[in-house]
Write a protein that binds this ligand. Structure first.
Ligand code: GDD
Ligand code: MN
Length: 384
């Protein structure tokens, strides 16, 4: 996990002089319809370049915006700026990854084009990498960081929830920031990057397992021109991305956690069907059977689709029979454990009966889980 996450101490300005000897930095800017912002961003980066003597390049990774972005870069007059127009599908994270791969300098910086991220903070990023950090984030949520005042409640709440959901993955305060730096050598050794949507920094922190992540306070301004591309669909994709990262980080535990969530949903299904059939006037024995049968099926389908999704292309009927048998055996285990505990360990006491039953339930569920995980939804290793 990431330790040493505190905000970096403010460096004396004289220290910044040293970074001009840095071999060079590549600033990757993903763009989609940002023609208006490009000249402003380049002008501000140029000022940083002049003030610090940094060697740098700016690489716009554009998704065929066709809005004059190419011309904006060409007429800027800066030979250290170039634009790569991608022609695959649109996507923020993939364009950043491609940009990192195409970069020519040993330090990589990623930033937005809309002037939300102040390029003036970049020298501090470089300095932090020099002084031992592996990954540096421009952060709104460390002392000294801020956002423009007109962030509505919902934007704030949205950002807050997204950050809290990422908390088990990293203790970084602002993992959602799209403004960060790392070494190209670290990026080049990263394997299995598979980000969807916007959260490329989070992906890198988790997948690369960086030990030292520093946060430099920044002021996050509202965009200058154009509109945000962060849609609702993009935010839903974040949930999908989080699930993947959780799987990566806590592989074994995640199977159990999802299995338990599905199990809980089965209880709800069972009770709903039972009540429904009862209202329809069916005899009670049939209501019970209906509740059990339907919840067994929904549990099976949900586990197959989500918990053990790696096995969802295997023959379904065989899996279902296996799942049902495991559930049946689980009941037997439940019963046997409860009964034998009652006769040996929990012989007396206020809640001895309930305690025996609960342990039985846990044992039955554990049995079900292991059966499902290792027998029914088996992992097949296919070597190409
Ligand atoms: N190549 C490419 N393809 N670039 C894209 C795409 C895409 O599909 N979508 C967006 N971009 C570019 C934009 O042109 C901009 O330069 C940058 O990515 C960020 O997009 P915005 O549309 O400005 O996003 P935002 O302001 O809503 O989100 C920013 O702030 C969030 C925190 O509030 C980003 O920095 C997020 O990463 C960050 O989480
Ligand atoms: Mn923006």
């Amino acid at each position: 996990m990431n330790k040493d996450m505190a905000a970096l101490p403010t460096q004396p300005d004289t220290a910044l002089c040293d970074i001009r000897y840095t071999a060079g930095i590549s600033i990757i800017v993903p763009t989609y319809r940002e023609a208006e912002n490009i000249p402003h961003l380049l002008r501000r980066i140029n000022r940083v370049r002049k003030d610090t003597g940094l060697t740098l390049e700016v690489l716009f990774m554009d998704d065929a915006s066709d809005d004059g972005s190419i011309e904006a870069v060409a007429t800027s007059g800066f030979d250290w700026a170039r634009i790569i127009v991608r022609d695959g599908g649109r996507g923020l994270s993939p364009s950043v990854i491609e940009g990192f791969a195409a970069a020519r300098y040993p330090v990589l910086v990623c930033m937005d084009c809309d002037l939300s991220h102040p390029p003036e903070a970049i020298p501090k990023f470089v300095l932090a990498l020099h002084t031992g950090q592996q990954f540096v984030i421009g952060s709104r949520y460390v002392p000294g960081g801020s956002t423009d005042d007109d962030w509505g409640f919902f934007r704030w709440l949205n950002s807050f929830i997204a950050t809290v959901l990422a908390r088990p993955l990293t203790t970084v305060r602002d993992p959602m920031s799209g403004f960060f730096a790392l070494r190209k050598s670290d990026f080049d050794t990263a394997r299995g990057l598979n980000p969807i949507g916007y959260k490329i920094a989070l992906e890198l922190i988790v997948k690369c397992g960086f030990e030292n992540v520093g946060e430099v306070p920044i002021h996050f301004s509202d965009r200058c021109f154009g509109d945000s591309k962060l849609t609702l669909a993009e935010q839903l994709r974040y949930i999908q991305h989080l699930r993947r990262l959780y799987m990566f980080q806590f592989a074994g535990m995640m199977y159990l956690a999802q299995f338990l969530v599905v199990g809980a949903s089965g209880v709800v299904v069972n009770l709903s069907i039972l009540s429904l059939l009862f209202w329809a006037g069916l005899p009670e024995w049939l209501c019970f059977a209906g509740g059990i049968g339907v919840s067994l099926m929904t549990n099976f389908l949900l586990n197959r689709r989500f918990t053990f999704s790696y096995a969802r292309h295997e023959p379904i009927l065989r899996q279902f029979l296996g799942f049902a048998s495991a559930a049946l055996l689980g009941l037997v285990v439940n019963y046997a454990v409860a009964l034998s505990l009652r006769m040996s360990v929990f012989e007396e006491g206020a809640f001895a009966l309930q305690l025996s039953a609960l342990t039985g339930v846990a044992a039955g569920m554990g049995f079900n889980f292991l059966g499902a995980r290792y027998l029914v939804f088996r992992k097949r290793f296919i070597r190409k």
